[in-house]
Design a protein around this ligand. Structure first.
Ligand SMILES: *Cc1c(COP(=O)(O)O)cnc(C)c1O
Length: 387
């Protein structure tokens, strides 16, 4: 990626689009189509229809009564993205972007995936909408996540194992971008988190904002007031930005993003360009992205959506870190107290909520965004606890 073109889509100094000219043209088209459809009543109706009938929204805002009693202090509510079809928030964005793709007449969807979670959400939506689906995945990742590869294939997707560079996510992204530049007339690149060049962070936030649209209405119905804080884990930052969106202007509501201490992009990163956008990024002395090692595959990313970097700088949101072992503990506590097995990613948010609740009173309300369910993690946790 040689030529750098700066354009719109900035959050303070972060975001933008640092990509070659030919890719920039594709992004410009995508931006104009997004702006055209996002407020179109028919488009909105179609999006809402699939969220209700296919994803199963709206999902509940559950009072975690037993957990609240066990922990003491603030009341803890859980926004139940774990109850969505496919078991996480990623499907909200996959449906939204596929509907955009359909509007522009694309017949083919491509996506990158690391651990496979975004690949599975994309393959799911493609099966339902009858779209051809190609998922790029680093060869090393296809070997480690063989079951997710099979799951995508079962859903009708073609999984391309990328044997370039380090055979990891970054190389899969590069291959997907090459494919997009060559085939953009019939192909749509479905990006999985609030990252990437403009307009992707804005598009993903738009579709994930349904989370806070619902939770705000639900908490007002249940408690007659807004929460003290919203707590969400941040990998690329899509569930967190969706959980924050409708509270950004409510100054009295604290917004807290939780990162694994093993991949603390926001807490310890420096401004740098990775994957075509500028954000807080973990880099080594050579300026190369640092490898990260979170037990939660979805949080294992050395950068973060640019709006989070801005929210940190402006002080509107707070970002904290949690250790893998604390997340593992929270995973077990929620399972035992509430009969809800959370994703290891979501367990990071939960671990912080349990600490914070103790410092507050029963008058305070915490909403934890339970980004996904933990069925996918049970075998890994079994292996970790055996040791
Ligand atoms: C992918 C994933 C995440 C991390 O992605 P964000 O874009 O930061 O939301 C978090 N939780 C679950 C369950 C995931 O699948």
């Amino acid at each position: 990626m040689t030529s750098e073109i700066k354009s719109k889509g900035y959050f303070g100094e972060f975001g933008g689009s640092f990509i070659p000219g030919e890719l920039q043209e594709v992004m410009d088209i995508l931006e104009s189509e997004f702006l055209k459809y996002k407020d179109d009543p028919e488009f909105i109706e179609e999006f809402r229809y699939y969220l209700k009938e296919y994803v199963g929204r709206e999902n509940p805002l559950t009072l975690a009564k037993n957990l609240t009693e066990k922990v003491g202090g603030a009341k803890i509510y859980l926004k139940r993205e774990d109850l969505n079809h496919t078991g996480a928030h990623k499907i909200n964005n996959a449906i939204g972007q596929i509907l955009l793709a359909k509007r522009r007449g694309a017949k083919r969807i491509i996506a990158e995936t690391g651990a496979g979670q975004h690949g599975v959400a994309t393959a799911t939506a493609c099966a339902m909408f009858g779209m051809e689906c190609v998922i790029y995945m680093g060869k090393l990742d296809t070997e480690r996540q063989a079951l997710n590869v099979f799951r995508m294939e079962l859903l009708g997707a073609k999984v391309v194992a990328v044997e370039k560079g380090q055979d990891r996510l970054k190389d899969a992204v590069d291959e997907a971008l090459n494919d997009l530049v060559q085939n953009y007339e019939n192909t749509f690149y479905l990006l999985g988190s609030a990252v990437g060049p403009h307009p992707y962070p804005t598009i993903v936030k738009h579709f994930q904002s349904i989370i806070s649209e619902e939770s705000k209405r639900q908490i007002l119905e249940k408690e007659g007031k807004l929460p003290t804080a919203i707590i969400a884990c941040a990998g690329g930052g899509s569930n967190a930005i969706g959980a924050f969106a409708h509270y950004l202007d409510e100054e009295n509501v604290r917004l807290i993003g939780v990162e694994p201490i093993e991949a603390p992009s926001i807490s310890q990163g420096v401004p740098a360009v990775l994957h075509g956008f500028k954000s807080l990024t973990l880099v080594d002395e050579q300026g190369e992205p640092k490898p990260t090692f979170s037990i939660a595959a979805g949080l294992d990313y050395p950068s973060v959506g640019p709006e989070h970097s801005f929210l940190k700088d402006s002080g509107r949101a707070e970002y904290v870190t949690v250790k893998g072992e604390e997340a593992l503990e929270a995973f077990q506590v929620l399972s035992k107290t509430e009969g809800i097995i959370p994703a290891l990613e979501s367990s990071h948010a939960l671990a912080h909520a349990m600490k914070l609740a103790k410092e507050l009173t029963r008058e305070d309300i915490l909403i934890v965004n339970l980004s996904g369910r933990g069925d996918k993690d049970v075998e890994q946790v079994f292996n970790m606890l055996e040791k």
